[in-house]
Design a binder for this molecule. Sequence first.
Ligand code: GDP
Ligand code: IMO
Ligand code: MG
Length: 426
Amino acid sequence: MAATAVIGLQWGDEAKGKIVDLLTEDHDVVVRYLGGNNAGHTVVFNGKTYKLSLLPAGVLHPEKTSVIAGGVVINPKAFLEELDSIEKQNGATVDNLVVSDRAHVIFPWHQLEEAALEKARKDEAIGTTMRGIGPCYRDKAGRTHAIRMGDFIRPDVFRRRLEEIVPQKNTIIKALDPDATPLSADAIYEEFQAYADRLRPRITDTTALLHRELKADKKLLFEGAQGSLLDIDHGTFPFVTSSNSSGCGIHGGSGVPERVIDRMIGVVKAYTTRVGGGPFPTELHDETGQRIRDVGREYGTVTGRPRRCGWLDAVATRYGAMISGVDCIAVALLDVLTGLPELSICEAYEIDGERTTDFPSHIDDLAKAKPVYRTLPGWTEDICGVKKLADFPKAAREYLDALAELVERPVEIISVGPDREQTVIV
Ligand code: GDP
Ligand code: IMO
Ligand code: MG
């Protein structure tokens, strides 16, 4: 086995952090390759809860190498704050963490642009995390306003780039928001120079490093962020994030071809959640939805926003599994469904009177989709301590069987609580 990938198959927050942490002991290198501090990955063990946003879950295992690859967008201040907080929590320094010189840097103008653009969309706001992720990726694609880590750590290049970019950004920001205070290249240089000094020793060509590790028979673990349905190309555009957050992003984001990955694990929450705007056919606006939110503690790790909750959407999840190319599924938060008298899984949509199991490519069609449900019995037994498949109540096993059948992938891992120990390997 050379590499494993853990990919969310829904709209994020599927418990990727927990699954990555669980698998870390069998790997040598943990790689984050997309997104930025819009992600919020929770890891729980030994009675401690860790909230990771930019750092790969591998940083909790000091003996492993952690890599932030070129596809990630990095807010240097947020990076350093998170690093400090993890080091404080653990009482030990994080020594084996490197950052790609190809990664793009998020600057204050990215957040200002995003705030103005989201405000202008009013009711149709994307509902982003406001971390400047989208504008930073836009500048990466546009090239002229982009600053990569490799530029950022070279003081003369950084200074020159700021002097070119900041006046242009001030014009753009002024046009978007006449009340905005202009940015100062000098002030940004002063502040960010200090961040660059701290980051410099960690910056390297991570693509070369990952290929060296592969050659040395080391095992890589790719930690996906966001989810397949938030993918910029294959998700519910424009209510998506600005990178390839399905399995499609691994190669581009890390420089490691997907063909070296022999195990692609899709993480599926036992129901569905979504943060931000966009259609969500199985959303529940009733007591059941509220109950799932309360029991599952469905409030955003990053923004604290209540997550929208609903039944498992097997049409959307199967589509996520298909585009991400996953071999098997890790089902998480199954325990949250305990006590519900009856459970529903969406097995098809009805769109304009036609039944389909295809996931629509346009959000207007998805917004019209009426879920066709398969109803299953619930269970009341506490499953938080279950250790093997045979010990689940019959109804829970039937639910897992239906999930595997409808998503067309075998279930190999079942998570029944936030702790590392609360996991069943099938
Ligand atoms: P990620 O972004 O995919 O890593 O997921 P998040 O960390 O944002 O959200 C998952 C939440 O569910 C976190 O609070 C986890 O601690 C918690 N969690 C993970 N697995 C389970 C589980 O099996 N049961 C319960 N009840 N909570 C879980
Ligand atoms: P993890 O890795 C859930 C959502 C935002 C918004 C949309 C665009 O914890 O699963 P962005 O700031 O990326 O431009 O926001 O994407 N979003 C997430 N939702 N989990 C995440 O990450 C998310 N990262 C972004 O809520 O709807
Ligand atoms: Mg999350």
